[in-house]
Design a protein around this ligand. Structure first.
Ligand code: GLN
Length: 485
């Protein structure tokens, strides 16, 4: 057993009987107990439950009734509701909250026989780019423990990078899967908006939130996605039509794509990074396969961050109004009146960044400013989406950096929210447009991993996964891991 194994290889080990799911699960649990004090990847460890699931998985494997992920241990971002296990969302507000039901993503992975090791750390309510906004403390990047793992799915990305889970779920509203994947040197997929059910995923910005996966290879991302994506009557924004390709992937593997893909390199995204030329080198690999590389323009890129922080804040301010201290969540002691109950419960329960979003979002939605901010931001969102649709008339895939730099030191940006928001420069546009996008390791800069982002047209995850997988069969960036033991 190797902590940095891909699930596609663990699956073979389980099928051959090299080890049982119980042994595999105990192996990861032991590592988590040893390394979590240093890394803080997990908020909750589900030891007993995981061992029960592992035993059931072993039984299923013996009975010949296993799915391709039966017995595979994983971590869930602590934004997915899990019945019987706390779902904190990284907030004091939900510190003791135990959901009465499972998120669709969790229920489907459970049904397929996956083993939940625990709940991964995250920025409070998924708001942040460094995991430093978690009520449960920051997470360490295993490539340099003084640096952040990215966010908001920082615990998920770091758990995979530390070898504390072979794969993990995450969510991405404006970059929260892709940016931490890039910072931690793992692969991360944000599917098309509507590909994955949001049922049981604690809401941040409902028109942007999308569940996805972080793992050690593109092949692993595809395998897990196939088991949790797809139509769900419990989420009206989940695309209603099944995708036969994705359904087939559940029991199959990615094919090697052929032919010449037209790849676009957006000039607006190649401004700051890539001194070492790693992205150029990656693009050259695609070129050698017969793909064409074209410079393209996404002219409204500049307006993406301001538009996103208006829209996401507006939606957050309404979504988070449910935390009123009455039905669930943190409740202040001895309220003097109903107003006092609301006010103190929310003041005590939310952290500074969440309060900032609620304030700015409420402001943008207020009668006097609705047109000037919210409506204007929606118009910008439409223009950004149109930029991509125009680009996809001429290209099949967009190749770009994932983030404007490598993982930064803890504390560097905490005093400057706008500088923190700038981290999302290259991830937010695809989120506003609802497009599928993936980050995969493509090199190192001063010992820290660099991420390459691939963005595809709506519901073209197949293009992302097959070409990403082909890239990983030709390179070994995704096989590198930090020396943490
Ligand atoms: N960093 C962005 C934010 O803070 C994106 C977060 C996310 O994708 N959940 O809103």
């Amino acid at each position: 057993m190797h902590p940095f194994s891909q699930i596609t290889s663990l699956q073979q080990g389980l099928a051959r009987g090299d080890y049982s799911s119980r042994e595999l699960t105990e192996f990861y649990l032991e590592r988590v107990k040893r390394l979590n004090p240093r890394s803080n990847c997990y908020i909750t460890l589900c030891e007993e439950r995981a061992l029960r699931q592992a035993d059931a998985a072993d039984q299923r494997i013996r009975n010949g009734a296993a799915s391709p992920i039966t017995g595979i241990p994983l971590a869930h971002k602590d934004i997915f509701c899990t019945s019987g296990v706390a779902t904190t969302c990284g907030s004091r507000m939900l510190e003791t909250f135990v959901a009465p039901y499972d998120a669709t993503v969790v229920a489907r992975l459970d049904a397929a026989g996956a083993v939940t090791l625990g709940k991964a750390n995250l920025d409070e309510f998924a708001m942040g780019s460094s995991n430093e906004n978690s009520y449960f403390g920051a997470v360490s990047n295993p490539w340099d423990e003084e640096r952040v793992p990215g966010g908001s799915s920082g615990g998920s990305a770091a758990a995979v990078a530390w070898g504390l889970a072979p794969i993990a779920t995450g969510t991405d509203t404006g970059g929260s899967i892709r940016q931490p994947a890039a910072f931690c040197g793992v692969s991360g997929l944000k599917p098309t908006y509507g590909r994955v059910s949001r049922y049981g995923m604690v809401a941040f910005a409902s028109s942007l939130d999308q569940g996805g996966v972080l793992g050690r290879s593109v092949a692993d991302l595809g395998l897990l996605l196939a088991h949790f994506a797809g139509p769900d009557p419990l989420d009206s924004t989940c695309h209603a039509a099944a995708d036969p390709w994705l359904d087939a992937l559940r029991n199959g593997s990615l094919e090697t794509p052929t032919g010449g893909l037209r790849i676009g390199l957006p000039t607006e995204y190649f401004t700051q990074l890539d001194e070492a030329g790693q992205l150029d080198a990656a693009a050259k690999i695609f070129e050698a396969w017969g793909c064409t590389l074209t410079d393209i323009s996404l002219p409204h890129t500049d307006a993406a961050i301001p538009a996103y922080y208006i829209i996401a804040g507006a939606e957050a301010s309404t979504n988070l109004s449910r935390y009123d201290g009455v039905r669930f969540g943190h409740r202040c002691s001895d309220p003097a009146s109903l107003d006092d109950l609301y006010q103190r419960s929310r003041t005590e329960g939310f952290g500074a960044e969440v309060k900032r979003r609620i304030l700015t979002g409420t402001y943008a939605l207020s009668v006097g400013y609705f047109d000037a901010y919210y409506i204007k931001a929606q118009k910008i969102r439409r223009l950004i989406q149109q930029d991509f649709l125009n680009a996809f008339d001429a290209v099949d895939l967009i190749l770009a950096p994932t983030a404007p730099g490598v993982a930064f030191p803890k504390g560097d940006l905490t005093g400057d929210p706008v500088a923190m928001y700038q981290q999302d420069l290259f991830t937010i546009p695809a989120s506003l447009a609802g497009l599928p996008a993936m980050s995969l390791p493509c090199g190192f800069e001063a010992g820290l991993p660099l991420g390459m982002q691939l963005i595809a047209p709506h519901f073209a995850e197949r293009t992302l996964l097959e070409w990403g997988d082909r890239y990983q069969r030709e390179t070994d960036w995704h096989l590198q891991h930090p020396e943490v033991d």
